[in-house]
Design a protein around this ligand. Structure first.
Ligand SMILES: NC(=O)c1ccc[n+]([C@@H]2O[C@H](COP(=O)([O-])OP(=O)(O)OC[C@H]3O[C@@H](n4cnc5c(N)ncnc54)[C@H](O)[C@@H]3O)[C@@H](O)[C@H]2O)c1
Length: 302
């Protein structure tokens, strides 16, 4: 018995990396999988791998930020496998530049793939679930780059923080219809991150793996949490943001107000704030200048 026996799951960007691991795990848990992938060869390879292992899968090529493609994913799930139970929004790209060097195209391409590429498949899935009075599960892919901020990633970080907010609001809107929506912030070594690693680091990792050590940052390690969040076992969990890597699952606190200054029921004079605003930093321990929140992560690759 698998966690997803008889279920149908769409995974976007499933041709490689984290999405490939998610597609294979959902299939191993009994789901039929719609493998949505921009690169048709990569998508076909994953679908064939699932079918070769005795599972059910179909590859759908194209850009998930295109409405026709996004809608066709739900149509493929219904036509090929008789319905849809979960959507995993995973497809993504990087175009890192500091803000001064960021081109319009760098900005638009990243925001489009991530935000529009989450919005369109989610809208199609939610419309299907509401029209058919069925419950459903959405898992979206945020990033610590958005939750915490990361140098050189204004486009990617803004999109990923937007995805966390998007997922939380889908959760609120879907609650009465039995639709859950959660987001993950994964860390894994994939095409997206491997190129960033120093050669010496890669050599040490290869040596550790040869000794039979746990491949902590293998992309497949993200998949068990995602399969669980796609299943009815997690129907009581919605609107949450989880960190996931290796054998670790974390939960992120939403942005939370932790200190306040008030002005005795009168509107502030801007100059009065100069004397009082530092009270917020004293009360909270938050630094007034920019902070590298990534330094506080439990797990990071670099
Ligand atoms: N690797 C990490 O450490 C890490 C950290 C945080 C977040 N993420 C996020 O996880 C997700 C997967 O990343 P990955 O590391 O596996 O990257 P990857 O590049 O290995 O895989 C991404 C896949 O998505 C596909 N894709 C890209 N744009 C697409 C589009 N418009 N339509 C359909 N498919 C598209 C690519 O062809 C590729 O197969 C991304 O959303 C990424 O931002 C990754």
């Amino acid at each position: 018995m698998g966690l997803l026996d008889g279920k149908v799951v769409i995974v976007t960007g499933a041709g490689r990396g984290i999405g490939r691991g998610e597609a294979l795990e959902c299939a191993a848990q009994g789901a039929a999988v719609v493998v949505a992938e921009f690169d048709p060869d990569a998508g076909d390879t994953v679908a064939k791998e699932i079918v070769g292992a005795g599972g059910r899968a179909v590859a759908v090529g194209g850009d998930v930020a295109d409405a026709g493609v996004a809608n066709s994913l739900v149509e493929a799930a219904v036509e090929e496998f008789g319905g849809l139970d979960a959507l995993v929004n995973n497809a993504g790209i990087l175009r890192d530049r500091t803000i001064a060097k960021m081109t319009d195209d760098d900005w638009d391409a990243v925001v489009r793939v991530h935000l529009r590429g989450h919005f369109l498949p989610t809208r199609a899935a939610v419309q299907y679930w509401r029209e058919n009075k069925r419950p459903g599960h959405v898992v979206s892919t945020a990033s610590t780059s958005g939750l915490l901020g990361n140098f050189g990633q204004t486009n990617y970080g803004a999109a990923k923080a937007g995805i966390a907010a998007f997922s939380t609001i889908v959760a609120m809107e879907g609650a009465r219809a039995g639709i859950t929506s959660n987001a993950i912030a994964p860390t894994a070594l994939t095409r997206m991150t491997l190129d960033l690693m120093p050669e010496e680091w890669k050599r040490q990792r290869d040596a550790e793996l040869e000794r039979g050590g746990f491949d902590f940052f293998a992309p497949e390690n993200v998949a068990p949490l995602v399969a669980y969040l796609c299943s009815d076992e997690s129907s009581h969990i919605s609107g949450k943001v989880f960190g996931v890597q290796g054998d670790s699952v974390e939960i992120f606190q939403p942005f939370t107000s932790v200190a306040e200054v008030t002005n005795g029921g009168r509107r502030w004079e801007p100059s009065e704030l100069a004397g009082r605003i530092d009270g917020l930093f004293t009360a909270s321990g938050i630094q007034p200048g920019p902070e590298n929140m990534m330094d506080r992560m439990r797990y990071k690759i670099l």
